[in-house]
Write a protein that binds this ligand. Structure first.
Ligand code: PGA
Length: 257
């Protein structure tokens, strides 16, 4: 099996209902229907329904940026796996560095979200969103030579739930590259992606080759092709550059393997 490639837009906390619809519509119009490449949009929760409407009957998939760690109950402000599944979300980002570092989400919480997504998909919700588990080191951790230690720690769900893959995806996003305009060089990114793939191989065996590992952090139309040309980079998780249709579509074009 050749693993698919994925270009995902993480819109973060940007836009209005109108602008979300306009952006989604422009992407639907511009995207090529190419079975080997998946295109995913992750708008804020409150714009999911609008974006799902705009993308209906198109190859563009829609995902959420976060999910609660409990199936249901008195958890003010949280959104459940079942709610996202009912809406039609194909994916959900978990453990994004902004969740980890701005909102203090610990590995254990992210692990519970991963477990719930996996168990839901296996049990009562076969259409539960697929996890996009984000990992990545801070600049301080990189400078201290701890990049792979940090990533191995953040990859605990791989060891706990090996059968969640290749349904689940991984996104390597060095924290120092997110929103800074300073992307990892293709070689730097490939080095970490190869280490992630080796770790997957050790834990998952053959499924490692089928597991999608995205790169994120200052990907733009100008640097996407060289990043995506790397053998272990299977696409991108795009923040700032996903908010402009032309730029995002150019990044999708760059994803050819
Ligand atoms: P960026 O964000 O492309 O704006 O650096 C990437 C991300 O946070 O997923």
């Amino acid at each position: 099996m050749i693993r698919p490639t994925v270009v995902a837009g993480n819109w973060k906390m940007h836009g209005s209902r109108d602008s979300a619809r306009t952006l989604a519509r422009a992407i639907v119009q511009g995207v090529e229907d190419d079975a080997s490449r998946e295109v995913l949009l992750c708008p804020p929760f409150v714009h999911l329904f609008d974006v799902l409407e705009e993308t209906v009957q198109s190859p563009v998939q829609v995902g959420a940026q976060n999910v609660g760690d409990q199936p249901e109950g008195a958890y003010t402000g949280e959104v459940s796996v079942a709610m996202l599944a009912e809406l039609g979300c194909s994916h959900v980002i978990i453990g994004h560095s902004e969740r980890r570092h701005v909102y203090g989400e610990p590995d254990e919480l992210i692990g519970r979200k991963f477990a719930l997504l996996h168990q839901s998909a296996q049990q009562d919700l076969p259409n539960a969103p697929r996890a996009i588990l984000c990992v990545g080191e801070t600049l301080e951790e990189r400078e201290a030579g701890r990049t792979l230690d940090v990533i191995h720690r953040q990859l605990q769900p791989v060891r706990s739930f090996p059968d969640a893959f290749p349904r689940a995806l991984i996104a390597y996003e060095p924290v120092w590259a997110i929103g800074t305009g300073v992307a990892a060089t293709p070689d730097m990114a490939q080095e970490v992606h190869a280490a992630i793939r080796a770790h997957l191989e050790q834990e998952l065996g053959a499924a490692a080759q089928d597991t999608v590992v995205l790169y994120g952090g200052s990907v733009k139309a100008g640097n996407a092709s060289e990043l995506f040309a790397m053998p272990d980079i299977d696409g991108g998780l795009i923040g700032g550059a996903s908010l402009k249709a032309d730029e995002f579509l150019a990044i999708c074009q760059a994803m050819r393997k």
